[in-house]
Design a protein. Structure first.
Lengths: 188, 224
């Protein structure tokens, strides 16, 4: 295809003795660089085409009720409260927070899965509930990551709850105390 | 003895066919590539393991940028609803908008990222001005004056009898209080279901979800 038939059709007439034969130049082009270029562009377009369509995470909010008897009660023993705050820090406590903060612990995004699974193993499934309390310094990413963690660990019951001043006090104290894990421990 | 002549074959191959294929594929990919529409707001969404696809119709989108500023927009295909929304907002807040200003909201690609006090002047701006404007965002963090609540109320009114897809598209770096303000605005209007736009991500190995997916197939993450 790339070469054209340049041979003379018909009979080969003998030219006169003085007439020099014109040099036949080949019309055949080396297509290799063109193919290279073609495939280079293909790879470029393949890589830039975003195959990943955005997905959606569904969140069902609880209804705010004024009357306490309508609210879902959580058994203290089965609750795991996760507190999120700045620098991707995570703090948690099981059950109710002791006034002296003795069960207030810190973790990070790498280990939080173990914390959740540990609690899940040691509590009755019908009592198990995770309470997520994002602090004012936590980012939207932290919140979504934590909700994602709930899906990953197949936690059936979880709630997004406002942080209480008491919780926040402990969080701020721990962050200021230098015991906070190094920053940049971003999850996933 | 006659010598056996080994015909010397040329090693150069005819590249024409390969070239054809390469350019055929190239043209396919060029045509199939959809360039991202020029978005007025730059938002980097978080990742999640969810595989649920976004719904494409009747979208009411609340966007939260990296500074926690909140923007509100309605899908361009819902012109009628947009008209009702701006009408309602005008009535509720006594903004005294003219028809031209209302039209600016109904126009394609419009979004609102200003408090009501600035809405009138905002709707008078040209697209160029809007592009250069430093949007203050819709106030949401003040519980007494959560303006998004008004927008949502007007939207609920507009989508009466129709199912709307409430979506939140937030930036990774946005702080939680803004998100909380958005949730509150939804709650106050009895909108308890909404979707959060995320980027897909692989499921970590060895977790409960990974096991579930093995058992049920890819459907496992859909039910979220």
């Amino acid at each position: 295809m790339a070469e054209m038939d340049t041979s003379q059709q018909g009979g080969h007439k003998k030219k006169g003795p003085g007439v020099k034969k014109a040099k036949k130049l080949s019309t055949r082009v080396d297509l290799t660089p063109m193919v290279d270029l073609g495939f280079l562009l293909i790879t470029f377009f393949v890589f830039t085409t975003t195959m990943s369509e955005p997905t959606a995470v569904r969140l069902y909010l609880p209804k705010d009720t004024e009357r306490p008897e309508e609210q879902n009660k959580v058994k203290n023993s089965g609750a795991l409260t996760l507190l999120l705050n700045k620098n991707d820090n995570i703090f948690y406590y099981e059950g109710e927070l002791q006034p002296d903060g003795s069960n207030f612990q810190s973790t990070n995004w790498k280990d939080v899965r173990d914390v959740i699974l540990n609690k899940k193993r040691t509590t009755k499934p019908e009592d198990f509930v995770v309470i997520i309390k994002p602090g004012p310094e936590s980012t939207y990413r932290n919140t979504v990551d934590m909700l994602d963690e709930m899906f990953i660990n197949d936690v059936k019951r979880y709630a997004l709850v406002d942080i209480t001043p008491q919780d926040l006090q402990f969080v701020v104290a721990s962050e200021g105390g230098g015991s906070a894990p190094p920053a940049g421990n971003s999850g996933n | 003895m006659p010598k056996v002549k080994v015909p010397r074959k040329s090693t150069s191959i005819d590249m024409t066919a390969m070239c054809d294929v390469a350019f055929l594929l190239l043209s396919f990919f060029i045509l199939a590539t959809q360039f991202k529409p020029d978005e007025a707001l730059e938002v980097v969404t978080p990742k999640s393991v969810s595989t649920r696809q976004l719904e494409g119709k009747d979208i009411v989108l609340v966007t939260m940028d990296r500074d926690g500023k909140v923007y509100f927009s309605i899908d361009d295909n819902n012109q009628d609803e947009k008209e009702v929304v701006i009408e309602e907002v005008n009535k509720m807040k006594n903004l005294g908008l003219t028809d031209a200003e209302k039209q600016a909201f109904i126009n394609r690609g419009s979004f609102v990222g200003v408090p009501f006090s600035q809405l009138k002047s905002y709707l008078q701006m040209s697209p160029e001005q809007i592009k250069n404007l430093n949007h203050p965002g819709i106030p949401v963090t003040d519980t007494l004056n959560n303006e998004l609540q008004v927008w949502i109320r007007a939207t609920v009114e507009a989508f009466k009898g129709k199912k709307m897809n409430l979506m939140v598209k937030g930036d990774n770096e946005a702080k939680y209080p803004s998100f909380k303000g958005i949730i509150d605005a939804f709650k106050k209007n009895e909108q308890f279901k909404f979707s959060m736009v995320t980027d897909p991500e692989g499921v970590p190995e060895g977790t409960e979800l990974a096991r579930k997916i093995e058992k049920l197939g890819a459907k496992a993450t859909d039910e979220q």
